[in-house]
Design a binder for this molecule. Structure first.
Ligand code: AMP
Ligand code: ZN
Length: 471
């Protein structure tokens, strides 16, 4: 499998540390509010990656933390704990809101067919492990104490900006966040491992430590929880692209300083979901959730399909019009599949090439949009219904779109004859004809119509191929 690795910024052959086994870590949600559908885009794409690795035969162990302490409103270590702000907003305790929003997160995941990771660990469960890691960093000279806090000393590293596309002036936290700088830091890039002093003394949860009563910084939790459950060597670390810096950069700094060797081989970053105002963000307060989509009559699985229609490494813009197109496509697809007859036994020999072409799509840096087109190819293939159902069932182990045994969600939508792929193919044929006849007006109008349906055309040696692609 080829995966794009943010470390090195190239497409690379995926080779785990131990043959056949994959240790995978995912930054979990900060549970001070509902997850928005942007956060969930990241978790959907990570879920597809995990399921595809299993499908390809790997034994996967996936670990996720729950951030219930230490993630401050500013990445420059000077803000207030987001959990505290959430608790105040809702007149509850930090632990109450942590429980409420952790449950809400997993309820959303269930609706989107996102599998629960093998290990889910709240940061507040692992304070002893954080203290141990920080103590080792101090002993090894990678950390210092100033003004009551413990800081990681980035000047001790050969290379700090490991993802390569950053330069210190643009990205040093503090500069980026345009907030006042923490005077205790020897260098702008240094970051807090343990707080005992901050301007926000009302921090609700504090623990005893060798450095005084306090609480951990945000980054230490992921390094520590990953080492606790995945061991010293991690194969894939996932997260949204906003986490690459400073969070993942700091995780690498402290994990490798602690372990004394390279830690994680592949960094998988999902690009953002944007709305009309730009990047969707929890701190903006007013954001889109799965429940909101449901209240507007959408099946949450349609949002999953919407995400799969685009490559994870492209920013994706959410609009209701695009989601409506996906809802229509989904319904038509489900109708076509529901019309297949389940009599007979699948022909496994004929099934294999269909499964193989799905694998080559996903092997190519998780091309889910092409993977979806494979489902349409199966429906068109010259094999019996039982074989089609078998192959679609296999593909759905990864896509998780409830393709088999599902009732169309929107019963009023068009009839099965009006199926989406034949509609698209008819349009492509008409466009080809118009172009041959040099009727550019018709050809352009058809191209615009296809674009509206989120269909992208590609000229290949076997003729024109299409796939869905949201903008
Ligand atoms: P948080 O709950 O803020 O810690 O974020 C949870 C996950 O969602 C992290 O992996 C973030 O990088 C990711 N994320 C945040 N905003 C977006 C967005 N607009 N689109 C996609 N992923 C996002
Ligand atoms: Zn993390």
């Amino acid at each position: 499998m080829i995966l794009y690795n943010s470390l090195g910024q190239t497409r690379q052959e995926f080779v785990p540390h131990t043959e056949g086994k994959v240790n995978m870590y995912t930054c979990g949600p900060t549970v001070y509010h509902y997850a928005h559908i942007g956060n969930l885009r990241t978790y959907i794409m990570e879920d597809v990656l995990e399921k595809y690795l299993r499908f390809a035969g790997y034994d996967v162990k996936r670990v996720m933390n729950i951030t219930d302490v230490g993630h401050l409103t500013s990445d420059a270590d000077t803000g207030e704990d987001k959990m505290l702000a959430g608790a105040r907003r809702e007149h509850k305790t930090v632990l109450e809101i942590a429980k409420f929003y952790t449950d809400a997160f997993f309820a959303d995941c269930e609706k989107l067919n996102i599998k629960r990771p093998d290990v889910v660990e709240p940061a507040t469960n692992c304070i002893d492990e954080f203290i141990e890691m920080i103590s080792v960093l101090l002993e090894k000279g990678y950390a210092y104490i100033a003004g009551g806090n413990v800081y990681f000393d980035t000047s001790k590293l050969d290379s700090y900006y490991v993802f390569g596309n950053m330069n210190e002036d643009d990205l040093a936290v503090g500069v980026r966040d345009s907030v006042e700088e923490d005077e205790n830091k020897r260098s702008k890039a240094d970051f807090v491992l343990w707080f005992t002093k901050s301007k926000f003394d009302s921090q609700e949860l504090k623990w005893e430590s060798p450095w005084g009563l306090g609480y951990p910084g945000w980054h230490i939790e992921c390094s520590s929880i990953s080492c606790k459950h995945n061991g010293e060597y991690l194969d894939i670390h996932c997260g949204g692209i906003d986490n690459a810096f400073p969070h993942h950069t700091n995780e690498i700094a402290q994990s490798e300083a602690y372990l004394g060797h390279k830690w994680c081989k592949y960094w998988f970053h999902v690009l953002h979901l944007n709305d009309a105002r730009g990047k969707m963000s929890k701190s903006k307060g007013d954001f889109l959730t799965v429940s909101l989509l449901e209240s507007k009559g959408y099946n949450p699985i349609v949002y999953r399909m919407f995400c799969l229609q685009s490559h994870y490494r492209k920013p994706l813009t959410f609009t209701y019009d695009s989601l409506d197109n996906t809802a229509t496509a989904y319904d038509k697809l489900i109708k076509r599949i529901a019309a297949l007859s389940n009599d007979g036994t699948p022909d496994l020999q004929k099934a294999q090439p269909l499964i193989d072409s799905f694998k080559s799509a996903l092997d190519n840096d998780l091309n889910t949009s092409l993977g979806l087109t494979c489902v349409y190819d199966v429906l068109k293939a010259d094999v019996d219904d039982a074989t089609k159902l078998y192959v679609i069932g296999e593909l759905d182990k990864v896509l998780s779109l409830n393709l088999i045994g599902n009732e169309p969600f929107n019963k009023e939508s068009d009839s099965a004859e009006n199926e989406i792929s034949s509609e698209i193919e008819e349009l492509i044929e008409k466009r080809t004809k118009a172009r041959l006849e040099k009727d550019w007006t018709t050809a352009d109008a058809i191209r615009d119509k296809l674009k509206e349906m989120n269909v992208v055309l590609e000229d290949t040696k076997d003729g024109i191929k299409w796939h869905f692609e949201n903008n």
